[in-house]
Write a protein that binds this ligand. Structure first.
Ligand SMILES: [Fe+2]
Ligand SMILES: [Fe+2]
Length: 556
């Protein structure tokens, strides 16, 4: 740990104790108020070593919403995060008593939700977590042991860019909005609620996984993702409280009421109501579904509504780690399988019985899991052709991936975009107005991003010398939403009838038997530095920690 992060950890531990005291007392006494003020954290740019950032996948972070000039580091001297309130923030909550009170009254319900629907067990354990303490892209987090219910869920917005403009749609060139434009209030609220709903949903989906973690390292990563999804919920709830009055407060309550997979009050989007029954599902989810999250956040980070843009820009820094967990998790699973095969002298990846007898997950089953999670995530982009997407773009609320880097008119009045459609019994590309094809475009950008990760998994397979390739299935395969929802297609995109689908389905998607086999493998490994047999150890530890580091002190 570098000097800067060491100092901030010590300071933060004091603040953490102070925060606990504040939680208990409910208000600041005179002496504490002075202490709190003294310890408001002041962090400078550029203190954290680059090496640590890269380890957590942050090197893949893109900074959206920048044109060429803005690509240079924004002018930002010191970033203050106020820890004197119950809710750490850089949005001046101390001066904004109305919002502070509203959020403080939402807080107990949030904690109840966390205890009911957050990770099952381990709530008393000490987990080596990173907490966001700044919005400085070079050193925004500190690492320390924390009990999850005491995690400091803060509200942090990326720094305001001076003279930021609306960069697309019919308000192109206008100053970005600092308040909600009245005519777009409902549309904007809906975008925020849909994004907000996904955040607690994934925590709910993953709540049983702690008990079967393949290592303390993986358990810690799961909990890290969970607390950060919790913080993302806070981020959306802040926007609802701050900018949407009573409706916003009602929506914030609803976000705590809905439950993943519930009959009566399910989460809003399909993939967020699916079970995450095992760790391979978790890794696939963080690779594919968190990556959908990234694409949505990237588009919202383009928003002309500046507080939403700033919120999403900061969330993306955390999101990078979630995808890192997914990509390396699947990669380590693939690696372990290939190595075990090699060692046992098995060269045929389709000799499933034999491979499974080694206590590892065979590659064809990993492909089936990939097929499932990729297609569930494709559905999250909505219909390929969508007037809602066009309206949000026209209004300047939700842009395209890397909007400001695209060389066109940023209005899309006459442009077209090729959309895959099902026409007269065949799948073909049809040019549609670019404005209504925005979901398709974002989905294509997503597919490209996924494909790069799949290539990296294939390199692992190649390196060990096994003949097998993982691949993304065709977008017509296994879809519930959009152009292909009423047809069946193979993973190669060949249209088939219902009977064929039923007969072949278990060859393409995880069957009950596949699921049972994987669940059977999920034996916990809680000794420091040890890993379950089905997964390879990571190349490098979190926060540069050694291989036997105790990432979770379970019985603390
Ligand atoms: Fe998130
Ligand atoms: Fe995430």
């Amino acid at each position: 740990m570098g000097e800067a992060s060491g100092r901030s950890a010590a300071t933060s531990f004091y603040l953490f104790l102070l925060g606990r005291k504040l939680f208990a007392s409910g208000k600041l006494a005179g002496k504490e108020a002075v202490a709190a003020k003294t310890f408001a954290i002041r962090l400078r740019l550029g203190r954290a070593p680059k090496r640590r950032r890269a380890m957590h996948g942050d090197h893949r972070l893109r900074r959206p919403g920048h044109d060429n000039k803005q690509d240079q580091e924004p002018p930002m001297d010191i970033v203050n995060v106020d820890y004197s309130t119950k809710i750490p923030n850089n949005v001046g909550l101390t001066e904004d008593r109305r919002i502070l009170r509203a959020l403080e009254s939402w807080h107990p319900g949030y904690l109840d939700w966390w205890m009911d629907m957050g990770p099952e067990g381990f709530q008393e354990s000490l987990v080596y977590l990173r907490t966001a303490v700044s919005v400085d892209p070079k050193g925004w987090a500190k690492f320390d042991y924390v009990r999850m219910p005491e995690y400091r869920w803060g509200i942090l917005l990326a720094p305001q860019e001076e003279q930021r403009k609306v960069n697309f749609g019919q308000h192109l060139g206008d100053p970005a909005w600092q308040e909600v434009p009245g005519e777009y209030r409902a549309m904007l609220r809906r975008l925020i609620v849909i994004q907000g709903d996904t955040e607690p949903a994934s925590v709910e989906q993953q709540r049983h996984l702690g008990a079967t973690a393949p290592s303390l390292y993986d358990m810690r990563n799961l909990f890290q993702v969970n607390v950060e999804e919790g913080r993302h919920l806070w981020a959306m709830v802040y926007l609802l409280h701050k900018y949407f009055g009573r409706d916003g407060r009602d929506e914030a309550e609803e976000l705590l009421r809905r439950r993943s997979g519930s009959e009566d009050a399910p989460r809003m989007l399909g993939a967020f109501n699916e079970a995450t029954p095992d760790w391979l599902s978790f890794f696939m989810f963080t690779f594919f579904t968190d990556r959908d999250g990234k694409m949505q956040l990237e588009s919202l980070a383009q928003s002309g509504f500046d507080p939403l843009s700033r919120t999403c820009r900061f969330m993306l820094t955390e999101e990078a780690h979630h995808m890192f967990v997914g990509e390396t998790g699947v990669g380590r699973t693939v690696q372990r399988t290939c190595e075990a095969m090699k060692q046992a002298g098995i060269s045929d990846p389709y000799d499933i019985e034999k491979v499974r007898s080694l206590g590892v997950i065979d590659l064809p089953t990993i492909q089936k899991k990939l097929n499932l999670h990729y297609t569930l995530s494709l559905d999250l982009f909505g219909s390929e052709v969508s007037t809602n997407a066009a309206n949000a773009y026209n209004a300047g609320l939700k842009g395209r991936f890397m909007e400001t880097k695209i060389a066109d008119d940023h209005r899309l009045e006459s442009a077209t975009y090729p959309v895959l459609k099902f026409v007269d019994g065949v799948i073909k590309r049809v040019d549609e107005p670019a404005l209504t094809a925005l979901n398709m475009r974002l989905r294509d950008d997503y597919t490209d991003d996924c494909a790069r990760g799949v290539d990296r998994w294939n390199k692992i397979i190649d390196k060990v010398g096994i003949q097998f390739r993982l691949e993304l299935p065709h977008v017509a395969f296994h879809r519930q939403i959009g152009e292909f929802r009423d047809i069946h297609a193979t993973p190669k995109g060949i249209v088939i009838d219902e009977a064929t689908w039923r007969r072949e389905k278990d060859n393409w998607l995880p069957s009950k038997a596949d699921g049972d086999f994987i669940v059977e493998l999920m034996k916990p490994e809680v000794e420091s530095g040890k890993y379950a047999n089905w997964i390879a150890p990571p190349k490098i530890g979190i926060d540069n920690k050694p291989g036997d580091f105790e990432y979770v002190k379970i019985a603390a």
